[in-house]
Design a protein around this ligand. Structure first.
Ligand code: KG4
Ligand code: ZN
Length: 365
């Protein structure tokens, strides 16, 4: 199928055309992030006003880059939640309008089902052969609003193993950047500052270290950062040193990634049949997280070999380009393809819902 995806759950206005859930014919994103650089986050009304202005031009550009017209479409997929209410309304109302006029079926998609599908998207600029992911998969969804670990047996079946008890991983980056005086979004800003820093310069706590669940917690790390900066500020000679901010950023980033990897490895040991680990959502763009997760898997394999225990091959995957990690419309079109393949065409009109639970689309299984 050829599906037009529309995504407007936060500050971005995105449209994409995807074939068979994997081939990207176009992927257009107009982001309002520059408008929020120094505000520490998105201002919802401001985001929705910008989305009203650019939604139709963005859709037109998606058609033009895909070299198709609306007649070549099989369906329209749109994010129906969760997200900012005003922003979601811009996307869903536009989708309903063009769906009715062009007489195309409409598929409402949960934003996180989109992220879960993002690892299937092929990179149109890469020649590397890509093997399709194999279930069962352990998926770590790490975005600005959510941190969840899913055990998935199919695109739309799985179990939620754990979630954050307070802040999301992306929120920890965003709030940490704010404390460090770095711009929004905080993840890329901290990652950049950390490039020249020492990740072992400052010690951060291990959240939920002796807790038996697979839950996450980031608010303690943020508080530790706050107190570390307060203590450093008392000693101005340390804070004025040009290496100080990169060292703090690298140590903080290291602590966030270590927590994400520790909890994922704990889940992996409980489910020996897992074939792949997927990292999705904005924070999956983080290179420290990717390399730490791969090292953790290799470490587990070496430990099993040394103990003469059976070793297993677990593939770690993340989206094939940065623009498929952060919010985009290609993942929404991909999710719609897989949803229809596993559950059939939607029979009821879907409602826009800013706090839609993922269990609306992923069955226990
Ligand atoms: O998935 P996403 O684009 O939007 C949501 O659904 O929330 O994720 C945005 C989050 C932000 O918190 C941003 O700081 C974080 O992803 N992020 C990163 C990186 N790029 C984006 N965090 C760490 N490292 C990055 N390179
Ligand atoms: Zn997202």
């Amino acid at each position: 199928m050829r599906i037009l995806g529309i995504e407007t759950s936060c500050d971005e206005t995105a449209a994409a055309v995807v074939e068979d859930g994997v081939r990207i014919l176009s992927n257009v994103i107009a982001s309002a992030k520059d408008a929020f650089l120094w505000s520490g986050g998105v201002i919802p009304e401001e985001a929705a006003r910008k989305q009203v202005e650019c939604i139709l031009p963005v859709i037109a550009q998606a058609f033009s880059e895909a070299h198709i017209t609306h007649e070549d479409l099989d369906a329209i997929a749109v994010t129906k939640g969760p997200g900012l209410l005003g922003s979601l309304i811009v996307g869903t109302t536009t989708a309903r309008m063009i769906g009715a006029i062009w007489q195309k079926p409409l598929i409402g998609i949960h934003h996180h089902l989109g992220h879960l599908s993002s690892t299937w998207l092929l990179n149109p600029t890469s020649q590397a052969p890509c093997h399709s992911p194999k279930f069962p998969i352990l998926t770590l969804t790490v975005s600005g609003g959510h941190t969840e670990l899913w055990l998935r047996t199919a695109h739309t079946s799985g179990k939620l193993l754990g979630r954050t008890r307070d802040d999301a991983a992306g929120e920890a980056f965003d709030k940490g950047a704010c404390l460090l005086g770095l711009p929004y979004p905080g993840g890329p800003a901290i990652a950049k500052a950390a490039e020249s820093g020492n990740p072992n310069a400052f010690a951060f706590p291990h959240p939920l270290h002796s807790d038996d669940t697979i839950d996450f917690s980031f608010s303690g790390l943020k508080t530790s950062l706050k107190y570390l900066l307060r203590d450093l500020q008392k000693n101005t000679s340390i804070l004025n040193s040009q290496f100080s901010i990169p060292d703090v950023a690298a140590s903080y980033q290291h602590a966030i990634c270590r927590h994400l990897c520790d909890r994922t490895m704990r889940a992996l040991t409980q489910f020996p049949n897992i074939k792949e680990i997927h990292l999705v959502g904005g924070v999956s763009a983080n290179t420290e997280l990717r390399s730490m997760m791969e090292k953790s898997i290799n470490g587990e394999r070496e430990t099993s070999q040394r103990a003469s225990l059976p070793t297993r091959q677990v593939t770690v995957r993340w989206p094939t380009a940065i623009e498929y990690c952060t919010d985009n419309a290609a993942m929404i079109a991909a999710a719609a393809e897989f949803l229809v393949a596993e559950r059939g065409w939607p029979t009821a009109r879907s409602a826009t819902d800013p706090s839609l639970p993922l269990t609306d689309m992923v069955e226990n299984g």
